[in-house]
Write a protein that binds this ligand. Structure first.
Ligand code: ATP
Ligand code: MG
Ligand code: FE
Length: 340
């Protein structure tokens, strides 16, 4: 089954073709970062309009790269939420119309299920992590620990009470004068910083539980930066201190979540999953307990069409699809999904 996947939940237009027989055939991504940079954040209406401009050319490009004609598609998967409602509607409208015209099924994909399954895209089926496992979802809008009992059966173990980890990276970067979007740049800067030069707290690790809080850390950085000489070297030291605090905190909670769920396989997804230090730390933590950690390739940590094509393919294969109306779900609880 060849599935066209469409992602338009935020500021990335992503398209991919996943073939359940041969794997990922092609994928293409257009990022709107430059469009939103002058505003310092995503402007929803501009995002919707840019998806309108870019989606059809990207679909044509992806089909051409996969060596397929549009008539070869057996199903269409699209992100239906959570996300920006106008942006979601562009992808949903195109996906449903295309499916209608081709007389193939269309399936609505939960964006965070897409992220969660991204580490499974490239593995050969035999090497794939098998549920039960624990998933750490760390993106720009979410920080969640999820017990994955089966594909499609997700139990929330803990989540952030305020900022998401990626959001904390972005806001901290902005406070220290790094250009938008600062998360990846802050991480790059941390590479040059001295470990231990600045020590920030590991929020909420001193009490039981699996929830997170990152907004206090942001304030600690703000104060440290304000009272410093604000040199490039200091910025790098603070970046390193901040990154270490976030990475340690995530690792401590992941370990706890594995204990709570009684398993040794951790799956990590979402933009912060591209962070090198986080990847190394979680690899070390899981190896120590004789388990393993699975990540997507860095390009599939952030938003992309491949994860939507893949998640949609699993659901289409299970016979799920939507009726012919177009709707999206900007706020959507993953625990309400049906099992595959
Ligand atoms: P959500 O999926 O929750 O709706 P989103 O789609 O905006 O949010 P993603 O695209 O998964 O989030 O990830 C983007 C986030 O990842 C940004 O906050 C960015 O700063 C962060 N990020 C990307 N690369 C890195 C990195 N190397 N280190 C730390 N953070 C990173
Ligand atoms: Mg993004
Ligand atoms: Fe995302």
């Amino acid at each position: 089954m060849k599935v066209l996947g469409i992602e338009t939940s935020c500021d990335e237009t992503g398209v991919a073709v996943y073939d359940t027989a041969t794997g990922l055939r092609a994928h293409a991504l257009y990022s709107q970062i430059a469009l939103h940079a002058e505003y310092g954040g995503v402007v929803p209406e501009l995002a919707s309009r840019d998806h309108v401009r870019k989606l059809l050319p990207l679909i044509r490009q992806t089909l051409a790269e996969s060596g397929m004609a549009v008539a070869d598609i057996d199903g269409v998967a699209y992100t239906a939420g959570p996300g920006l409602v106008g942006a979601l509607l562009v992808g949903a409208g195109v996906a449903r119309s295309l499916a209608w015209a081709l007389d193939v099924p269309a399936v609505a994909v939960h964006h965070m299920e897409g992220h969660l399954l991204a580490p499974l895209i490239e593995d050969d089926p035999a090497g794939r992590p098998q549920p039960p496992f624990v998933a750490l979802l760390v993106s720009g809008g979410h920080t969640q620990l999820v017990a994955v009992e089966a594909i499609g059966r997700y139990r929330l173990l803990g989540e952030t009470l305020d900022d998401a980890a990626g959001e904390a990276f972005d806001k901290t970067a902005k406070m220290m004068g790094l250009p938008y979007p600062g998360g990846p740049q802050l991480a790059a800067l941390a590479e040059q910083g001295r470990p231990g030069a600045y020590k920030f707290s590991r929020p909420m690790t001193d009490r039981p539980g699996l929830d997170f809080s990152f907004s206090g850390l942001k304030t600690q950085v703000l104060l440290a930066w304000r009272d410093s000489d604000q040199s490039d070297a200091t910025r790098a030291d603070i970046a390193r201190g901040f990154e270490d605090a976030v990475v340690d905190t995530l690792a401590i909670k992941c370990q706890r979540a594995l204990d709570a769920a009684g398993c040794d396989t951790l799956v990590v997804a979402g933009g912060v999953g591209a962070n090198r230090r986080l990847r190394a730390k979680l690899a070390e933590m899981t190896a120590k307990r004789g388990g393993r950690v699975c990540f997507p390739r860095p390009a599939f940590c952030t938003d992309n069409g491949a994860m939507i094509a893949f998640a949609g393919a699993l659901r289409l294969q299970a016979g799920q699809h939507e009726a012919a109306s177009i709707s999206v779900t900007p706020r959507w609880d993953m625990a309400t999904l049906p099992a595959v």
